[in-house]
Write a protein that binds this ligand. Structure first.
Ligand SMILES: NC(=O)c1ccc[n+]([C@@H]2O[C@H](COP(=O)([O-])OP(=O)(O)OC[C@H]3O[C@@H](n4cnc5c(N)ncnc54)[C@H](O)[C@@H]3O)[C@@H](O)[C@H]2O)c1
Ligand SMILES: [Zn+2]
Ligand SMILES: [Zn+2]
Length: 360
């Protein structure tokens, strides 16, 4: 029997989202039905409703979620009904070129549910293959990662997207280590998570860069040792001055703009690393003198989902949270109902929140 549940739908480009009753099928082979407890509002949900990702409307939004497994389909062994899980949007296949090379975090053939959830018979496109602004959602088994149920769902769910992207940009992609210096450009949910990840990894200098003083205050709370308001001063010069004239070992761009990518490029030390975790729009271009790309040496990297492996990283991060070593609660700016997602988009655009979290 399919399940009729309330969900947040983006029906057409740029139109406000609406609450609709959708049909969620029972799980088929390799699928899992999850009762959603909490789901964060991420910038990517807004990108979907603006038509900036693709035209496959209607979208079922929401993808930063935690909940309880209600039913599992044939052949599912990694989770069972009653398990507390965080959903992920990169369930690795184990068989593609990248998995075969021993790099499953870069998997090129990630899994989603095979069956479609529907609205009045019309198939829905779930955001990032999840669709969790809904009382229940259907995912591939590998998209559900079991974690310690002692964690609050509204904090744990955030690990499913932005927080993981930021933590992983520092810890996995940037390989930040003890005694390193780091600069983070953009201190939204992703950038502040990169700051926390740098602190956890042992960085001794963590410089937060933003144009919004409210975000810089938050960055200090997450562990930034220095802040730069780049609307007031040149961040490259400021970062050099804060690092003995040298620049940082790792520069993390968490906005997705050419101008801030260039700032990151020029603010690192010789042989340093630049990590791009911000998602650029398709028209964005960077132009760099090639001699600088060569002469500065080091590494230019991009971070997909923080190069995470959900089955390895999610349980570990939840444990750090429960031990009081990873502050997830500070990312939860407010908890809201399903029908307040549109208002949460507006708050996000005004820079008033790190995360609004829908609680079901
Ligand atoms: N790589 C991934 O897998 C992944 C996953 C999730 C999100 N993201 C991307 O990460 C980026 C950040 O996401 P978020 O949720 O933190 O967004 P956000 O809007 O909450 O934060 C962006 C921050 O950048 C600041 N900013 C904007 N323009 C700036 C400028 N010119 N100079 C300095 N600071 C500036 C804003 O004040 C804000 O604090 C987005 O591009 C998002 O799509 C990437
Ligand atoms: Zn793979
Ligand atoms: Zn997201």
């Amino acid at each position: 029997m399919p399940h009729s549940v309330r969900a947040v739908i983006a029906r057409a480009k740029g139109e406000p989202v609406s609450i609709e009753t959708i049909e969620v099928p029972d799980p088929g082979p390799g699928e899992v039905l999850v009762g959603i407890q909490a789901c964060g509002v991420c910038h990517t949900d807004l990108h979907y409703r603006e038509g900036a990702i693709n035209d496959e409307f209607p979208f079922l939004l929401g993808h930063e979620a935690a909940g309880i497994v209600e039913e599992v389909g044939e052949g599912v062994t990694n989770v069972a009904p009653g398990d507390f899980v965080i959903l992920n949007w990169r369930a690795v296949c184990g068989q593609c070129r990248s998995c075969q090379r021993g790099r499953p975090w870069n998997c090129f053939e990630t899994h989603n549910a095979n069956q479609k959830m529907t609205l009045n018979g019309q198939p829905l496109s779930p955001a990032l293959g999840i669709g969790a602004f809904a009382e229940k959602t259907l995912v591939a088994a590998g998209q559900a990662t079991r974690v310690d149920p002692a964690a609050r769902p509204e904090a744990a769910g955030l690990i499913g997207c932005g927080v993981m992207a930021g933590l992983g940009a520092a810890m996995n992609t940037g390989q930040v280590g003890r005694g390193d210096s780091v600069a983070v450009f953009g201190c939204g949910g992703v950038g502040n998570a990169a700051i926390e990840g740098s602190r956890l990894a042992g960085a001794h200098t963590i410089i937060a860069v933003d144009i919004d003083p409210r975000k810089l205050d938050l960055a200090r709370e997450f562990g930034a040792t220095h802040t730069v308001d780049s609307s007031q001063e040149d961040p490259v010069e400021a970062i050099r001055a804060m690092t003995g004239g040298n620049g940082v070992d790792v520069a993390i761009e968490a906005i997705g703009l050419p101008s801030t990518y260039e700032q990151a490029f020029y603010s690192r030390d010789l042989a340093g690393t630049v990590v791009l975790v911000g998602v650029p729009n398709p028209e964005a271009r960077v132009e760099l003198p090639m001699i600088e790309v060569f002469g500065r040496g080091g590494t230019l990297k991009s971070s997909w989902y923080g190069d995470c492996l959900p089955s390895r990283d999610f349980p570990m991060l939840v444990d750090l949270y429960l031990q009081g070593r990873l502050d997830l609660d500070r990312f939860v700016s407010e908890t809201i109902n399903l029908d307040e997602v549109e208002a949460a988009f507006e708050k996000m655009e005004r820079g008033e929140v790190l995360r609004s979290v829908v609680v079901l």
